[in-house]
Design a binder for this molecule. Sequence first.
Ligand SMILES: Nc1ncnc2c1ncn2[C@@H]1O[C@H](COP(=O)(O)OP(=O)(O)OP(=O)(O)O)[C@@H](O)[C@H]1O
Ligand SMILES: [Mg+2]
Length: 263
Amino acid sequence: MLDLIKVSKTFFAGTLNEKKALNSIDLHLDRGDFLTIIGSNGAGKSSLFNAIAGVFYVDTGAILLDNQNITMVADYKRAYDIGRLMQDPMKGTAPSMTIEENLALAYSRKAHKSFFALNRRDSEYFRELLARLDLGLENRMKTKVGNLSGGQRQAVTLLMCTISLPKLLLLDEHTAALDPATAQKILKITVDIVAESSITTMMITHDIRSALAVGNRTIMMDEGEIILDIKGEERDRMTIEELLDYYYKERKKQLTDDRILLS
Ligand SMILES: Nc1ncnc2c1ncn2[C@@H]1O[C@H](COP(=O)(O)OP(=O)(O)OP(=O)(O)O)[C@@H](O)[C@H]1O
Ligand SMILES: [Mg+2]
């Protein structure tokens, strides 16, 4: 459903600061895949998402979504098919709008309805979705999102990103700014929503244990390349130590991530 063919992106080409963020990336995802992505700081993980979402155009290569070549399609057009969640819980929702209004906004975009045309049935649907989060937010639909905790807000953002059933969901360390207990909760909610909606998902995480536990496939990136791609039994058997050893053997250096979690 997603194909990246020899995708490259270099920043500041031809200068002293030249940086190859993506180096001839080949990647194929099947519908319903849940891919987790690990790698050191600056490995190119977020750049991979930026390329897919169209934050920038790639220098060379092609990106196909459902066999449609989207390489030169503008980001706002790709946004109909690609949902994206970032690290910062303060982004992704409108703080001065209520939970219900935020969801309505996201929902109306997909339904191609006017925001004002949303009715009681839509509202009931939002309540149902919120109830499934098990955070009590279904009783706070008129609360301004700005008054929620980071975890609650990230949960609402997750709903906003998935309510429109995008073809592809990109999660860029979306639990990294939360305390460990909340992060686990949001991760569980993520897994539940993805399983229920069968949205093809890519998740960047610094939490290697989660990377191996969640989803059906894991890739490791370094210096703009995919240096490991595992699934099935090989992935089931893989331990955190083996992954770190692999990185060390391949790159002759330790995997470094300022947010890395190894336990
Ligand atoms: N817009 C940009 N302009 C210039 N350089 C960039 C830009 N985006 C990324 N880079 C550079 O490309 C490289 C890859 O960055 P990227 O953000 O993709 O790494 P990452 O794997 O997401 O790292 P982290 O774990 O720190 O989030 C880095 O050297 C970064 O400085
Ligand atoms: Mg990043």
